[in-house]
Write a protein that binds this ligand. Structure first.
Ligand SMILES: *[C@@H]1O[C@H](CO)[C@@H](O)[C@H](O)[C@H]1NC(C)=O
Ligand SMILES: *[C@@H]1O[C@H](CO)[C@@H](O)[C@H](O)[C@H]1NC(C)=O
Ligand SMILES: *[C@@H]1O[C@H](CO)[C@@H](O)[C@H](O)[C@H]1NC(C)=O
Ligand SMILES: *[C@@H]1O[C@H](CO)[C@@H](O)[C@H](O)[C@H]1NC(C)=O
Ligand SMILES: *[C@@H]1O[C@H](CO)[C@@H](O)[C@H](O)[C@H]1NC(C)=O
Ligand SMILES: *[C@@H]1O[C@H](CO)[C@@H](O)[C@H](O)[C@H]1NC(C)=O
Ligand SMILES: *[C@@H]1O[C@H](CO)[C@@H](O)[C@H](O)[C@H]1NC(C)=O
Ligand SMILES: *[C@@H]1O[C@H](CO)[C@@H](O)[C@H](O)[C@H]1NC(C)=O
Ligand SMILES: *[C@@H]1O[C@H](CO)[C@@H](O)[C@H](O)[C@H]1NC(C)=O
Ligand SMILES: *[C@@H]1O[C@H](CO)[C@@H](O)[C@H](O)[C@H]1NC(C)=O
Length: 725
C-alpha cells in the first residue's frame, strides 16, 4: 500500500510518531488536516485564571448561563421573530392575532434521544418534517417548528444527528443524510461503523480503516492523555457524521475525517454566527469514580452537558462549568497545575459524540449483544480495534470516556467526584434518562415548550414506552428540584404509556398549567410509531444495527416524515388534515400567558388540544389507534431482522444480573481474539499493516523513551492479565 511505502523508511530510521504526525500535518496543511489532528495539544499556556477564570461556579439559587449563551439566544430570538411570522402567517390558521404576541413568543427546545443509528435517523427524519426549508413539510403546516427553536439537545445517537447538522453548517436534512452531489456526501450508513469493508475484519480495506482509527487514537495517547474504547468509537462515528469523508476517501488517510474539528470552534461556523441554528447541547452521564459499575446507573450520579462554550452540569451537587476550549485540563479548585499545563483540543467533535454514546458500561451491553445475536462481524470489528489499541497504548478505564477532571476540589460535600482527578463519562442513557431533557429544564434557560423527538426503543418491539420521560420526571422532582423546572404530568408507568396510546401518536403534555408563571413547560411528544395506514413498520430497528441499506434508509425516512406531518384521526387510519395547525397551536400556546389580558385559547386550538393533549383526569386509549402493526419487517433483508428480534426482546432483561457474566465473557472473547490474532500476526499483519511490527513500531519507541512502557499500562487488573500477556 502507498501508506506503507511512505512509512517504511520512517520505521527503518525509527522516527518517533510525533515526527510522522508532523509530516502528516505538513503534507495536509493545504488540504483537510491529518487523522492525527485528533490529538489534543498539551503543555498549552493557561490564561491568567485570576482574571479570566476557566470555571464558572454557581448555585441553584444564583444559577446563571454563560454570557455568550445568553447573547446567542438573544440573537437567535431576533431571527426567530421572523420565523414565527413565516410559520404562522397572519395567524388565521390558529385564529390568533399573532402580532399581539410580538416579543412574547415562547422559547422552544428540542431533544433527540439515544438509540444508535435508529434514533439518529429518526431524529433527522423528524426534523425534516419540522423544517420550513422542506416544501412538503411547510405545506403540511409542521415545517417551521425547527426554525422557531432556540435549543437542540442530543444524547448518544441523538448527539450524532445534532452534531452532524452543526458541523456541516446546518444544511437541510435530506442533503445531510443522502448527500447533495456537491459538498455533502451523505452519512454513508451502508458502510458499517465497525466493519465498513464487510465481514472480514482482516481484509485490506478494513485493516487500513482500523489502522487509521488507531493512528488517531495513538496520537492522542502520545500526549499522555489516557484513551479508551470511546476513542476509536469516536473516530468511527466521525467518518459518518462529520464532513471530510467520502466514499472515495473512506479507506484512506488523505482526509482528517473530521479529526481536527472542535466543539469550541462551533462559534466560527457561519450558520452559528448568523444564529440560523438552535444552540446545540450534548448530554453524557457519569459513573462515580472508583465504582467500576457495569450496570445501569441510579439517578444520583451527575449528568453533564457539553455546549459550544462549556462543559459541566447544572445539577445542584456540582453547579459548575468549565470553558470548553480547556476541557481536557486538570484543574484543582479551578487552578491549573502550573501556567503551562493547560490542554486544548480535547473537545474534539467526534469525541464529544463518542462520550455521549460511550458504550462501555454500555460496551458490556454491546458485548452481551455480540454474544447472542449481534452481527458477528460488527462485534468482531469493535473488539478487534480495542484489542489492538490495548496492545499499543495505555488506557485508563477502557470502558468509559476518560476526561481529565476540571472540577477537582469543588463542592466536596455534595459533588461525589470532587476528589477525583479523572471523570468517567458514559452514554447519556446510562441512568435510563434516554432523552436529553436535563439541559432543557434548567431554570435559567426559561424554556416554554419542549419537543421530544422520541426515537427510543423501549419495549419488546423496539417502540418507546415512556421509560425516558418517566425517569427524567423522577429525577427532576427529586434531585433537580432546586435547579430545574418540573416535568409536566405524564402517564406514571410504561404500561400506562402503552395503554393510553400516547406513545404511538403525537401527544401534548402539560397543556393546562395551574400556576402563573406555569410550573412546567408544555411538551410536544413526537414518538416513533407504526405507520398510521397499517403498513409494516421499518423504523423500529435495533439500536445496535451499525449499517443500513440505502433502500431501508429511504423507507425509514418516508415513514417518519409521514408520522411527523400527518398526526392521527381517532378511530381511523387516516391522517389529520389539521395536524399542522394543531402543532402550531401547541407551539404558540404559551405566548398567550405572557401578555395581559391573557387571550383565551382559540376555538380551533381548543379542538386540537382536546385531541392531542394528555389529560390525566380523562386519559385516552390506544384503542383509538386501530390497525397499527407493531412488528418490524425488514424492507431489505440483510440479516438485520434476527438481530433486531433478539435485541429488542432481551435488551433490558439482560442488563441487571447478567452484566457481570457478560463482562466476563467480553474479557474472554477479547483475550481469545487477541491471542488468535497474535498467533496469526507474523503472517497476516505483516501483509496488511505495518502496525504490528511489534518491536520497531514507532509509537513504542516514542513511548519507551518518553512516557510509559507497555509494562506500565494502567490496565484494570482483571483485564490486564488477559490482554497484556
Ligand atoms: C453564586 O453563589 C456562590 C456561593 O453561593 C458563589 O461562590 C458564586 O460566586 C456565585 N456566583 C455568581 C455567578 O454569582
Ligand atoms: C392585533 O394586535 C395588534 C398589536 O397588539 C393590535 O395593534 C391590532 O389592533 C390587533 N388586531 C386585531 C384585529 O385585533
Ligand atoms: C467541514 O466542516 C468544518 C467545520 O464545520 C468546516 O470548517 C469546513 O468548511 C467543512 N468542510 C467542507 C468541505 O464542508
Ligand atoms: C492510515 O494510517 C495508519 C497508520 O499509519 C495505517 O495503519 C493505515 O493503514 C493507513 N491507511 C491507509 C489507507 O493508508
Ligand atoms: C475560554 O477561555 C479563553 C481564554 O481566557 C477565552 O478567550 C474564551 O473566550 C473562553 N471561552 C468561553 C466560552 O468562555
Ligand atoms: C507544568 O505541569 C505539567 C503537567 O503536570 C508538567 O509536565 C510541567 O513540567 C510543568 N511545568 C513547569 C514549568 O513546572
Ligand atoms: C448530593 O448532595 C446531597 C446533599 O446535599 C447528598 O445527600 C446526595 O447524596 C448527593 N448526591 C450524590 C450523588 O453525591
Ligand atoms: C418499557 O421499557 C423498559 C426499558 O426501557 C423495559 O424494561 C420495560 O420492560 C418496558 N415495559 C413495557 C411494559 O413495555
Ligand atoms: C405517506 O403518506 C402518503 C399519504 O397518505 C402515502 O401515499 C404514502 O404511501 C406514505 N408513505 C409511506 C412511506 O408510508
Ligand atoms: C475499581 O477498579 C480499580 C482498578 O482495577 C480498583 O483499584 C478498585 O478497587 C475497584 N473499585 C471497586 C469498588 O471495585
Amino acid at each position: 500500500m502507498t501508506h506503507r511505502q511512505r512509512r517504511r523508511p520512517s520505521l527503518a530510521t525509527g522516527l518517533p510518531l510525533f515526527f510522522l504526525t508532523y509530516f502528516a500535518r505538513m503534507s495536509h496543511q493545504q488540504s483537510q488536516g491529518a487523522v492525527t489532528d485528533y490529538a489534543p495539544q498539551v503543555g498549552v499556556q493557561c490564561p491568567d485564571v485570576s482574571i479570566n477564570p476557566l470555571i464558572r461556579v454557581f448555585t441553584p439559587q444564583n444559577q446563571s448561563l454563560h454570557p455568550r449563551e445568553q447573547e446567542y439566544i438573544k440573537g437567535r430570538q431576533a431571527v426567530i421573530e421572523d420565523a414565527w411570522a413565516d410559520w404562522l402567517g397572519d395567524g388565521s390558521g390558529v385564529s390568533y392575532n399573532v402580532s399581539a404576541f410580538a416579543g412574547h413568543f415562547p422559547k422552544v427546545g428540542m431533544a433527540i434521544p439515544g438509540g444508535g443509528l435508529r434514533s439518529a435517523q429518526y431524529g433527522a427524519a423528524c426534523l425534516n418534517g419540522l423544517d420550513s426549508r422542506n416544501e412538503r413539510a411547510k405545506q403540511a403546516g409542521t415545517g417551521g417548528l425547527l426554525q422557531v427553536s432556540s435549543y437542540l439537545t442530543g444524547l448518544s445517537g441523538g448527539s450524532w444527528v445534532t452534531s452532524s447538522l452543526v458541523f456541516n453548517n446546518w444544511p437541510t436534512v435530506e442533503d445531510l443524510v443522502f448527500g447533495n452531489g456537491k459538498d455533502l456526501t451523505g452519512w454513508l450508513l451502508d458502510l458499517s461503523l465497525a466493519t465498513p469493508d464487510g465481514v472480514n475484519i482482516l481484509s485490506d480495506k478494513n485493516q487500513e480503516y482500523y489502522g487509521s482509527l488507531l493512528w488517531s487514537v495513538m496520537a492522542k495517547a502520545q500526549t499522555g492523555i489516557d484513551t479508551s474504547m470511546t476513542d476509536p468509537w469516536s473516530r468511527m462515528i466521525s467518518f459518518h457524521f462529520l464532513n471530510q469523508t467520502t466514499r472515495n476517501n473512506f479507506f484512506t488517510n488523505d482526509s482528517a475525517h473530521g479529526a481536527g474539528q472542535l466543539f469550541s470552534k462551533i462559534p466560527d461556523i457561519p450558520a452559528y454566527q448568523q444564529h440560523q441554528m438552535p444552540f446545540p447541547i450534548l448530554v453524557a452521564d457519569s459513573r462515580p469514580v472508583g465504582s467500576n459499575l457495569t450496570t445501569i446507573l441510579g439517578l444520583d450520579p451527575i449528568v453533564y452537558e457539553i455546549t459550544p462554550l462549556e462543559f459541566g452540569s447544572y445539577d445542584p451537587n456540582l453547579s459548575a462549568m468549565v470553558n470548553i476550549t480547556y476541557a481536557g485540563t486538570h484543574l484543582t479548585n479551578g487552578i491549573p497545575v502550573n501556567g503551562s499545563s493547560c490542554v486544548t483540543g480535547f473537545d474534539q467533535a467526534g469525541f464529544m459524540m463518542g462520550t455521549s454514546a460511550s458504550l462501555f458500561n454500555q460496551l458490556f451491553d454491546f458485548a452481551r449483544n455480540t454474544i447472542a445475536g449481534f452481527s458477528d462481524s460488527d462485534s468482531a470489528g469493535l473488539l478487534y480495534v480495542l484489542s489492538r489499541q490495548l496492545q499499543e497504548v495505555r488506557t485508563r478505564a477502557d470502558d468509559v470516556a476518560n476526561w481529565p477532571s476540571p472540577f477537582n476540589g469543588l463542592n466536596p460535600r455534595t459533588f461525589e467526584d470532587s476528589d477525583a482527578t479523572w471523570l468517567e463519562l458514559l452514554d447519556g442513557s446510562s441512568n435510563q434518562e434516554n432523552i436529553p431533557y436535563s439541559p432543557l429544564f434548567v431554570r435559567s434557560r426559561e424554556l416554554d415548550v419542549i419537543v421530544t423527538i422520541e426515537g427510543s426503543a423501549d419495549d419488546a418491539t423496539a417502540w418507546p414506552n415512556g421509560t425516558g420521560p418517566i425517569f427524567s420526571a423522577r429525577r427532576q422532582s427529586t434531585i433537580l428540584r432546586a435547579s430545574h423546572q418540573q416535568f409536566p404530568p405524564i402517564p406514571p408507568t410504561p404500561d400506562a404509556f402503552i395503554e393510553t396510546g400516547v406513545r404511538a401518536r403525537p401527544t401534548f403534555f402539560g397543556c393546562d398549567p395551574t400556576q402563573t408563571p406555569p410550573e412546567w413547560p408544555l411538551m410536544i411528544y413526537l414518538p416513533n410509531a407504526p405507520p398510521i395506514n397499517g403498513d409494516d413498520p421499518a423504523t423500529n430497528t435495533a439500536t445496535f444495527a451499525l449499517s443500513y441499506t440505502q433502500k431501508h434508509q429511504k423507507l425509514f425516512f418516508d415513514q417518519v416524515f409521514n408520522l411527523t406531518t400527518q398526526g392521527f384521526t381517532p378511530n381511523s387510519q387516516l391522517p389529520d388534515p389539521n395536524f399542522g395547525v394543531c402543532l402550531q397551536c401547541a407551539a404558540i400556546d404559551r405566548a398567550r400567558l405572557k401578555i395581559t389580558p391573557v387571550p383565551s385559547r382559540s376555538a380551533i386550538c381548543t379542538q386540537c388540544f382536546q385531541q392531542y393533549c394528555f389529560d390525566p383526569q380523562n386519559p385516552p386509549s390506544k384503542s383509538a389507534l386501530p390497525g397499527r402493526k407493531l412488528a418490524f419487517v425488514d424492507p431489505d433483508p440483510q440479516g438485520l431482522t434476527k438481530v433486531n428480534g433478539f435485541l429488542s426482546s432481551n435488551m433490558y432483561k439482560l442488563i441487571g444480573g447478567l452484566a457481570g457474566l457478560v463482562g466476563f465473557l467480553f474479557v474472554l472473547i477479547l483475550g481469545l481474539l487477541w491471542w488468535r490474532k497474535r498467533r496469526e500476526r507474523k503472517t497476516e499483519y505483516h501483509q496488511v499493516s505495518g502496525l504490528h511490527d511489534e518491536d520497531d513500531a514507532p509509537w513504542k519507541r516514542y513511548s519507551d523513551s518518553n512516557t510509559k512502557t507497555h509494562e506500565a499500562y494502567e490496565m484494570p487488573e482483571h483485564r490486564g492479565s488477559l490482554v497484556s500477556r
